[in-house]
Design a protein around this ligand. Structure first.
Ligand SMILES: *[C@@H]1O[C@H](CO)[C@@H](O)[C@H](O)[C@H]1NC(C)=O
Length: 432
C-alpha cells in the first residue's frame, strides 16, 4: 500500500491502460501485411507492457535503497494498523471482558512511550470480577495501583508471557487477541500476558528501527522483572514472525549481559533466518515481491541486501544464545503451509542450532550433515494430521521443533500447538 502510494511517480505510465497484445495478434498483424507503422506501434506497446512494471520495480527498489525511511515502512508496515476505527484503549472491542485487559504506557530510557496491554487470565478474572468491575475503565496512568497488577505481582505462582507481535498491525489486530485467549487457556489462573506495540506502532510514540525495537523489548523485560517482580524462570518469551526476531534479539542481549539469565522458555513461531534470506522470497502483503526477482543474480542481490538497514540476523543471534547461555529452553514452531515465510527457514535454523550445540561441522563435513539429517528423521514424533514434534536435549537445555501441517503464517499463534509449547516451556516438561 505504502509503496504504490508513495514510490510511484505522479503521472507515470500505468500498464493497465494498455490493451493486452498477445503473440497471436502480433502474428495476425504481420501475416496480413499491415502497414509497417502499425507493426511498429504494436511492438512499442508490447515493450511498454513488459518494460513498465520492470522499470517501476527497479524504481521502487532504488527508492528503498536510497531512502532508509522508505525501507523502514516496507519492513515494519507500522502505518498499516489494521485496527482503524477501533480504540486500542477499549479492549472490550476486541472480545475481552470489561476490565480484563488494562492498557497503560511503559516509558523507555530514550524517551519513547510503549502502549501496552496486560491481559488477565480468565479464571483470575472471574474470581475477582466484582472488584475488577468497580475499577475505572480504559487507559490507566498508574497501572501499579490496579487490582489487575496486584493479581500478577502478589501471586507467587503467576506466570508471565511477554508477547512480541509480527510486522504491521497493532496489539489488537488480526489473530492477536484470539492468540492471547488461547495462550492463557492452558492455565487460566496463573498465565498472564503482557503485549505491547513497538515504537511507531499503534499508540506507541516514535519510529521503528532494529536498534529501537530491541531497546523496547529490553524495556518490557525490565518492567516484567523489576516492576512486576516476576523472576525470569516464570517468564516465557513468545514471538511470531518479526516478533520472533525481537524475542531472539532480546534473549541474546540479556544472555550477553548475564549468562545466568534463564527464562522458562523462548518460543518462536514462523521465524526466518535473517532479513536478506527472507527478502529473497518475501512478498509484501503476499503480493509485492521484494528481492525475489533479483535473488538469482548474485552481485545484484548482494548489493541490495548490503543496503538493508534492518537485518535481524536470527541465525547468528540464536547461535550465540546456544553458545553463551548457561541454560536454555528453545522451541521453534512453523506451519508447513506458511505462505509468507517458508518452513525451510526454521529447518535451517534448527540444524544450525544443533550444529553449534554439538560442534557437528555440518557445513564443512558432508557426512556429518547427512548423519544429522538421518537423526532428525528418526527423532521426529508424529502427531498425525497435526504435524510432528522433535525434541533435542543438550547438556544446557532442550531445543524443540514443532511442525504443524496447518497453521499458515498468522493463524498458528492462536492454535493449540502454540499454547501447548508455551505451557511446556513453563513446566519445563518434555513432550514424551
Ligand atoms: C545439509 O543437508 C540439508 C538437507 O538435509 C541440505 O538442505 C543442506 O544443503 C546441506 N548442507 C550442506 C552444507 O551440505
Amino acid at each position: 500500500m505504502f509503496l504504490t502510494a508513495s514510490a510511484q511517480p505522479k503521472g507515470s505510465f500505468d500498464p493497465a491502460d494498455l490493451h493486452p497484445v498477445s503473440p497471436i495478434t502480433l502474428l495476425l498483424l504481420t501475416s496480413t501485411n499491415m502497414k509497417l507503422t502499425a507493426l511498429r506501434s504494436t511492438i512499442t506497446a508490447v515493450c511498454l507492457t513488459i518494460g513498465t512494471p520492470v522499470l517501476l520495480y527497479f524504481g521502487i527498489l532504488g527508492a528503498l535503497t536510497a531512502r532508509p525511511s522508505f525501507q523502514a515502512h516496507a519492513i515494519y508496515l507500522h502505518k498499516v494498523t489494521l485496527t482503524w476505527f477501533k480504540d486500542l484503549n477499549v479492549p472490550e472491542q476486541f472480545g475481552f471482558a470489561y476490565n480484563q485487559v488494562k492498557p497503560f504506557y511503559v516509558p523507555t530510557p530514550d524517551g519513547e512511550r510503549l502502549h501496552s496491554w496486560h491481559i488477565l487470565p480468565l479464571r483470575a478474572y472471574i474470581d475477582n470480577q466484582p472488584e475488577l468491575l468497580a475499577q475505572g475503565s480504559g487507559l490507566v496512568d498508574s497501572f501499579e495501583e490496579t487490582l489487575n497488577f496486584k493479581l500478577l505481582k502478589n501471586n507467587p505462582n503467576a506466570r508471565l508471557v511477554l508477547y512480541f507481535h509480527g510486522t504491521s498491525g497493532t496489539i489488537a489486530s488480526g489473530w492477536r487477541p484470539d492468540s492471547y485467549r488461547s495462550i492463557y487457556a492452558a492455565d487460566p489462573i496463573n498465565t498472564h500476558i503482557l503485549a505491547f506495540d513497538y515504537r511507531g506502532y499503534g499508540k506507541s510514540s516514535g519510529e521503528p528501527s532494529e536498534g529501537g525495537i530491541i531497546q523496547d523489548a529490553l524495556t518490557i523485560a525490565a518492567w516484567a522483572m523489576e516492576v512486576a517482580g516476576i523472576p525470569p524462570e516464570r517468564i516465557v518469551i513468545y514471538g511470531q514472525s518479526l516478533g520472533s526476531a525481537v524475542s531472539i534479539a532480546l534473549v541474546n542481549e540479556l544472555v550477553k549481559r548475564e549468562q545466568k539469565t534463564h527464562f522458562a522458555g523462548l518460543v518462536v513461531t514462523a521465524t526466518f533466518s535473517d532479513v536478506a534470506q527472507l527478502a529473497a522470497t518475501y512478498r509484501i502483503g503476499g503480493v509485492i515481491p521484494v528481492l525475489s526477482p533479483v535473488a538469482k543474480v548474485g552481485p545484484l542481490f548482494k548489493y541490495f541486501t548490503s543496503r538493508l538497514t534492518s537485518t535481524w540476523d536470527n541465525q547468528k543471534r540464536l547461535g550465540e544464545i546456544i553458545e553463551l547461555a548457561e541454560q536454555f529452553d528453545i522451541t521453534l514452531l512453523h506451519a508447513e503451509d506458511d505462505p509468507i515465510i517458508p518452513i525451510g527457514h526454521s529447518h535451517r535454523l534448527f540444524r544450525h542450532l544443533i550444529n553449534i550445540a554439538e560442534e557437528a561441522e555440518i557445513y564443512s563435513d558432508v557426512d556429518a550433515n547427512e548423519s544429522l539429517a538421518e537423526r532428525l528423521k528418526t527423532r521426529q514424533d508424529s502427531w498425525g494430521k497435526g504435524g510432528s514434534v522433535l525434541e533435542w536435549p543438550t547438556s544446557k537445555g532442550t531445543m524443540r521443533f514443532v511442525t504443524l501441517k496447518y497453521g499458515a503464517h498468522d493463524e498458528i499463534m492462536s492454535y493449540t500447538a502454540t499454547s501447548i509449547a508455551i505451557s511446556k516451556a513453563f513446566g519445563s516438561a518434555s513432550y514424551f
